[in-house]
Design a protein around this ligand. Structure first.
Ligand SMILES: Nc1ncnc2c1ncn2[C@@H]1O[C@H](COP(=O)(O)OP(=O)(O)OP(=O)(O)O)[C@@H](O)[C@H]1O
Length: 460
């Protein structure tokens, strides 16, 4: 692993974080950036333990849990108390935890800003370290814009803090980031010709849009047939596509789970846990899973769509070939995406090679795959999954003078009751069936006894 730690282990930069300087760390995916900030922070904490000592901000909820896990593992001997503040979880419980002054708070921007706006039971005024993990993503004004929430957070932390910024793709947003790190930030970039790791084999597959899914099914089938121990992440461009592909792969009996932002948080965690435990070998995800997730068993990443930005590509394919392991990344490219591949190649300074596939095998499943996809689309349309539909529904409700959240609550309660009733009916059915089976068993036993007695009589 190239990046040892900026804090303690690296001879060249021994104790860099201990000098109190702000720091920006840029190293390839899977090279160990998390430990590079966790270890020195823990060392500093051990010298003067108090809460709240450190705040880590990261773009996704799953990543917050992963970072917390590293703090827990490495900070166990110190009796470290951490607290995770992310959306989709109980806010009251979080407020209570914050008021207990944990040593480290790991948060996503939106929920932390909510707490800061609404509560005065905790303070970030004394923190020594502010870490922005995946810092360039936090500053990006993409589909999820964190800038307003970051403003609130930066307003709540002291100016004297030490700021640490990390990502595998810091260079593009260097100037914006420098304004966050104030006291002569030290910029540490692992020097390399290529921006992806050497252990990663990178391929592309030129396919017409309409046959993409057949290629995908064929690729998965091949991996399943050829490897005993395999696990794949498939990236899609939208939540809907992610959901449909998952439904489709399930129809083909592939062990897949989906992960996207339209799922409830509990479902998201459950899906990730199933995938991590290798019970389900395929994770179909949107870019919510493209950054930071560290799942060592992932051998293959398939880009179902060509990423629009090279840095998205870098993070996606970085979910495999981590910490010195080998991995394979295959990007499905349509005729309209060729310019995107060129941009990616230019950024990563590597030419993607073509992945060869047996076309006849793909053709043989083409109709079946396309029909299945259509069926799944129809099924999904029957639900209220569609993002636009959801937004329009909310708008309509507001126009009708209804509170969409209250309505959603009511609907959820109704669904809960329905589920309970269904479970109850299933239990009754099961009991009846068990009774029937018991009666049948008794009948058969009696018959057997009678036959035995008859045979004994005849013998006498
Ligand atoms: N010094 C080390 N030796 C061996 N393994 C290490 C070392 N440091 C970290 N690791 C392991 O390497 C893996 C990748 O680390 P980590 O998740 O911190 O990578 P990263 O650089 O943050 O990647 P990304 O840019 O994708 O977020 C983890 O499983 C971690 O436990």
């Amino acid at each position: 692993v190239g990046l040892c730690t900026l804090g303690t282990c690296s001879p060249g930069h021994s104790g860099l974080l201990h000098t109190g300087r702000d720091c920006m760390g840029c190293a390839k995916t899977g090279s160990g950036k998390t430990a590079a900030f966790v270890l020195p922070i823990l060392q500093k904490l051990s010298e003067d333990p108090y809460g709240i000592f450190c705040l880590v901000v990261t773009p996704t909820r799953e990543l917050a849990y992963q970072i917390a896990e590293q703090f827990r593992v490495l900070g166990k001997p110190l009796g470290l108390k951490d607290c995770i503040i992310v959306g989709g979880m109980d806010m009251v419980a979080q407020a209570l935890e914050l008021s207990r002054k944990p040593h480290v708070v790991i948060a996503t921007p939106g929920r932390l800003a909510d707490h800061l706006r609404s509560s005065n039971t905790f303070s970030l005024r004394k923190i020594k370290f502010l870490v922005l993990d995946e810092a360039d993503r936090l500053l990006e004004q993409g589909c999820t814009d964190f800038t307003k929430d970051l403003e609130v957070i930066l307003g709540a932390v002291p100016a004297t803090r030490q700021t640490l910024l990390f990502s595998a793709t810091l260079t593009d947003t260097l100037n914006e980031l420098k304004s966050l790190a104030m006291n002569k930030p030290f910029f540490w970039e692992s020097q390399a010709e290529v921006r992806t790791v050497d252990e990663l084999v990178q391929r592309y597959l030129l396919v017409p849009e309409k046959v993409k899914d057949a290629y995908l099914v064929h690729l998965i089938q091949t991996f399943q047939d050829e490897h005993e121990d395999w696990s794949i992440i498939i990236f899609t461009s939208t939540c809907k596509d992610c959901q449909i592909l998952n439904m489709m792969l399930k129809q083909f009996n592939f062990p897949s789970v989906a992960l996207h932002s339209m799922m409830k948080q509990k479902q998201r965690f459950a899906a990730l846990a199933k995938f991590k435990s290798s019970v389900f070998k395929i994770l179909i995800a949107t870019d919510v899973a493209s950054r930071g997730l560290d799942i060592p068993t992932v051998q293959v990443v398939i880009n179902h769509n060509t990423p629009g930005l090279p840095k998205i590509y870098i993070h996606r394919v970085g979910r495999t070939a981590r910490a010195g392991r080998h991995g394979l990344a295959i990007t499905l490219v349509t005729q309209y995406d060729i310019h995107l591949v060129h941009a990616i190649e230019e950024q990563i300074k590597t030419k993607l090679q073509e992945f060869s596939v047996e076309e006849r095998a793909v053709l043989s499943i083409l109709t079946q795959v396309n029909v299945t996809r259509r069926e799944c689309e129809i099924k999904l349309e029957a639900t209220d999954f569609d993002e636009k539909k959801e937004i329009n529904k909310r708008k309509q409700m507001i126009l009708e003078g209804k509170d969409p959240d209250l309505e959603a609550k009511r609907k959820a309660e109704l669904a809960k009751i329905k589920k309970k009733n269904k479970q109850f009916r299933a239990r009754v059915q099961q009991t009846l069936q068990e009774k029937k089976q018991l009666q049948l068993k008794r009948k058969l036993q009696k018959k057997a006894w009678r036959q035995q007695r008859q045979a004994a009589k005849e013998e006498k």
